[in-house]
Design a protein around this ligand. Structure first.
Ligand code: HEC
Length: 223
């Protein structure tokens, strides 16, 4: 209880700092939502604040044990330096995580019998960056944490349907036409901010793709 009261007092002494930290966390979460990685970014932000808090506790404890007097400005400086340290060191450590760094593609076992080359070309543009064994990783897939988001999307996408392995595992291919028609694929986050513009199909292209898929076996239930 006493601990909480003294911490609350510390937060009240530094309202701008506390508000800035909160704002950063919210920005992280909003960014996470926009890139389709909300849980991951939320966990990262909360973890960063936790580490920051621990660092500040240790600093305060050392000050007390040395009986060094501190003023509010000293506290602010420590908190800002600690925050920058946590972000810089944390960012560096994230790059060392192996997940998302192996950009190798699994084998190709056989694609659907596309009704035409044009149908295949549209599928490659809109879907193959996730649902295939021909993924060309974009530059932002080499920097954590976005590399983690990209890898997770690709893992999940291939788990649902990998068109390069349709011959051995059609997965949920029979929902292909449906997800294009209802607009849920490609996911909105994939073409947001002007990234991957090639995956954004015009209405005419979408109609042409659906027409081509109607004549491709396995792209809708019962067909
Ligand atoms: C940015 C990566 C990405 C792209 C591009 C993408 N998908 Fe997906 N797709 C996913 C993920 C992740 C899932 C699984 C999770 C989910 O349902 O959102 C999925 C699921 C699916 C499923 C399974 C049914 C379902 O809704 O869960 C189908 C079918 C599918 N996608 C088809 C397509 C087609 C067709 C395209 C191209 C028009 C496409 N996807 C483009 C990531 C992608």
């Amino acid at each position: 209880m006493i601990y909480l009261r003294t911490r609350w007092a510390a937060i009240r002494r530094h309202p701008i700092l506390a508000a800035a930290a909160l704002l950063l966390v919210i920005l992280c979460i909003v960014f996470g939502a926009l890139i389709g990685f909300l849980p991951g970014m939320a966990a990262l932000a909360v973890f960063a604040v936790f580490v920051w808090w621990v660092v500040l506790e240790v600093a305060a404890w050392r000050r007390r044990s040395r009986h060094t007097a501190t003023d509010s400005r000293g506290e602010t400086r420590t908190a800002v330096i600690a925050a920058v340290g946590v972000v810089v060191i944390g960012f560096g450590l994230m790059q060392a995580v192996p997940y998302g760094r192996d950009h190798a593609n699994p084998p190709v076992t056989g694609e659907p019998t596309w009704s035409s080359d044009a149908t295949r070309a549209l599928m490659v543009r809109a879907c193959y960056q996730c649902h295939s064994s021909e993924v060309q990783y974009p530059a932002y897939a080499s920097i954590a944490p976005t590399s983690w988001a990209v890898q997770r999307h690709i893992d999940e996408a291939r788990g649902a349907i990998n068109y390069s392995q349709f011959a051995t595992d059609p997965g949920e291919a029979d929902e292909t036409i449906q997800v294009i028609r209802d607009g849920s694929m490609p996911p909105a986050y994939f073409t947001r901010f002007g990234i991957n513009p090639g995956a954004k199909l015009t209405d005419a292209e979408r109609d042409a793709l659906i027409a081509g898929l109607e004549k491709t076996p396995g792209m809708a239930e019962g067909r």
